[in-house]
Design a protein around this ligand. Structure first.
Ligand code: SF4
Length: 302
């Protein structure tokens, strides 16, 4: 039976999706990516997930379910870290097990390489496991990865750093999903507001800023947001900050409180913290975004 790999359009697909897709395509393996997030996908994920799951995990399960019928394998990497010195939250470490248990899949149906960016050897091991999951050799996997990584490094990256008025800060899988935080960016764009997100700033800049926090921020994605908040709060051209989080995120619930108390309250700029959950309506988000932008306007008046 021919192999088709399904990749859920959720979580770190929003950062590495193109890399993953090209890796399998270079190996001659067809790839299915789930469609855009809809209310139905979110509702299905909410139904499938255990109650205390974070919103992005619920969404991930909704996307995974949409792929099961048309894919003989699901690609669900187990990610420990990809920026040395920090660790991903437990959801990423347990993701393949959560997917297998939720859908009753066999081990061979889930390609789950262990991604740990601390050592080159572990990267090699992850490539070998991913290639082996579709019946290809480690050597073929390495060649495919090299080509995919070269293309990925050359990809066009949005850069609003020179023109932005407002920084919108949140996890890539929240802001890059039009159904979630992408809505906040669209609402600001509709008012003619230019925005910038953490993904438009080099990672070394953000993690460098994060290193200055005391106590240190352990979780990798929270460190990125902490660094971004500090970085944008200091930039004179940024008139205000929007911190977007989602229900059920343990790291955000701790770190965002800290960022509000230690960075945002003292930065002298308007800010708003928006927490999304599966019941958040567009009207509620729009009201908060508009109130925030009005405040920015008042502050700017002479
Ligand atoms: S960092 Fe937060 S939102 Fe992201 S997977 Fe972990 S708990 Fe969920």
């Amino acid at each position: 039976m021919s192999i088709t790999v399904g990749i859920p359009r959720a979580l770190l697909y929003h950062e590495f999706g193109e890399l993953w897709q090209n890796f399998f395509t270079n190996l001659g393996v067809p790839v299915n990516v789930s469609g855009a997030t809809t209310k139905t996908v979110l509702d299905r994920g909410t139904f499938l997930a255990v109650d205390d799951s974070c919103l992005p995990l619920k969404l991930y399960l909704g996307h995974a379910e949409a792929l099961i019928d048309g894919s003989s394998r699901l690609f669900v990497p187990r990610i420990a870290c990809y920026h040395p010195g920090h660790f991903m939250c437990a959801k990423f470490a347990g993701l393949p097990d959560i997917v297998r248990n939720t859908f009753g899949l066999e081990d061979r149906q889930v390609i789950a390489p262990e991604v740990d960016g601390r050592r080159l050897f572990w990267r090699w091991r992850a490539i070998r496991a991913a290639a082996g999951g579709v019946g290809r050799s480690a050597i073929a996997g390495l060649a495919s990865f090299r080509r995919a990584a070269a293309a990925w490094r050359e990809r066009p990256v949005a850069d609003g750093t020179d023109t932005a008025q407002v920084a919108v800060i949140g996890h890539s899988y929240i802001l890059n999903d039009p159904f979630l935080g992408g809505d906040v960016i669209a609402l600001l764009a509709a008012r003619g507001v230019a925005t910038v997100t953490p993904d438009e700033v080099p990672g070394r800049e953000l993690y460098g800023e994060a290193r200055r926090f005391d106590p240190a921020v352990h979780w990798q994605l929270s460190a990125k947001l902490a660094g971004a908040t500090r970085y944008f709060a200091r930039r004179p051209d940024i008139a205000g900050l929007v911190l977007v989080s989602c229900f059920g995120c343990g790291p955000d619930s701790l770190v965002n409180e800290y960022l509000e108390a230690r960075v945002l309250k003292g930065c002298g700029k308007p800010y708003v913290v928006i927490n999304l959950d599966e019941h958040t309506g567009r009207a509620g988000v729009a009201t908060r975004v508009e109130a925030f932008w009005d405040l920015v306007g008042w502050r700017r008046r002479p």
